[in-house]
Design a protein around this ligand. Structure first.
Ligand SMILES: Cc1cc2nc3c(=O)[nH]c(=O)nc-3n(C[C@H](O)[C@H](O)[C@H](O)COP(=O)(O)OP(=O)(O)OC[C@H]3O[C@@H](n4cnc5c(N)ncnc54)[C@H](O)[C@@H]3O)c2cc1C
Length: 214
């Protein structure tokens, strides 16, 4: 998995907006007050675009549930995998050892054979891809504003989130903190800010700030 920030987000715009709302002398203090008071629309003025590579289509299905984000995804209709496709191997399968990893690889090879069989029968990539797995790797560009990102981190940096999207969300949060710390100082799963919001579904292992910090 590779996560790359494509733009230079400017958190100053959020501070300027918050300062303007309250005619404040110190726009950064106004921003902190706005965030603490739930006046979160000021966070929508700062956007982040990420290139995400080497993640599975299983992750893609989860990521695209976040409706406030904008997406551009590599096409499986127009990009042919006739020479093979990259895929993601779950750590749980890798942990079973070399034999399991080989078996998994052979299963991917088998699906690639099925895919090529359809291409050879003049079926287009958009239809041949129906035999491809969720493991198939994809790449995409996603843009989210800081408000949506904070919401995304609450859900996807949580231990209840699936491992692959959690790994990606953790890396995105690390990058966001590096580039706009003031907007993300307390971002992450709910347990970073206080009690776990998951109730009886809580993992019971709160992730502390260090686990999700720069
Ligand atoms: C641990 C976990 C398990 C999950 N399991 C399942 C599952 O089994 N099945 C399943 O289908 N999904 C599942 N999901 C996905 C989940 O239901 C959400 O679709 C996904 O997390 C996106 O969240 P969201 O809607 O809050 O975010 P976004 O779409 O990014 O929206 C952000 C916020 O904007 C507001 N908003 C956006 N659109 C609307 C709207 N139309 N109306 C009102 N308010 C809106 C809401 O306040 C929302 O929280 C799971 C998610 C997690 C984290």
């Amino acid at each position: 998995m590779k996560v790359t920030l494509l733009d230079r987000p400017d958190p100053t715009v959020c501070a300027t907006a918050a300062g303007m709302c309250y005619n404040a002398k110190d726009p950064w203090k106004a921003l902190l007050n706005a965030m603490a008071g739930g006046h979160e629309s000021v966070l929508e003025h700062c956007k982040f675009s990420f290139m995400i590579e080497g993640v599975s289509r299983a992750l893609l299905a989860q990521l695209t549930r976040h409706r406030i984000a904008s997406f551009s995804v590599q096409s499986q209709r127009y990009v042919s995998y006739k020479d093979g496709f990259d895929y993601v191997t779950p750590p749980a399968i890798l942990a079973l050892g070399a034999d399991a990893e080989k078996r998994y690889h052979n299963q991917m090879e088998m699906m690639h054979m099925w895919y090529c069989e359809w291409l050879q029968n003049d079926v287009t990539p958009e239809d041949a891809r129906f035999v491809l797995p969720n493991a198939c790797a994809t790449k995409l560009v996603v843009t989210m504003n800081a408000r949506e990102l904070r919401h995304f981190f609450s859900l996807r940096c949580c231990n209840r989130a699936q491992w692959e999207i959690r790994e990606m969300a953790d890396e995105m949060l690390r990058i966001c903190k590096e580039n706009a710390y003031s907007l993300f100082a307390d971002a992450g799963p709910g347990c970073v800010r206080g009690a776990c919001p998951e109730g009886k579904h809580s993992c019971g292992k709160p992730r502390n700030k260090e686990q999700v910090s720069v």
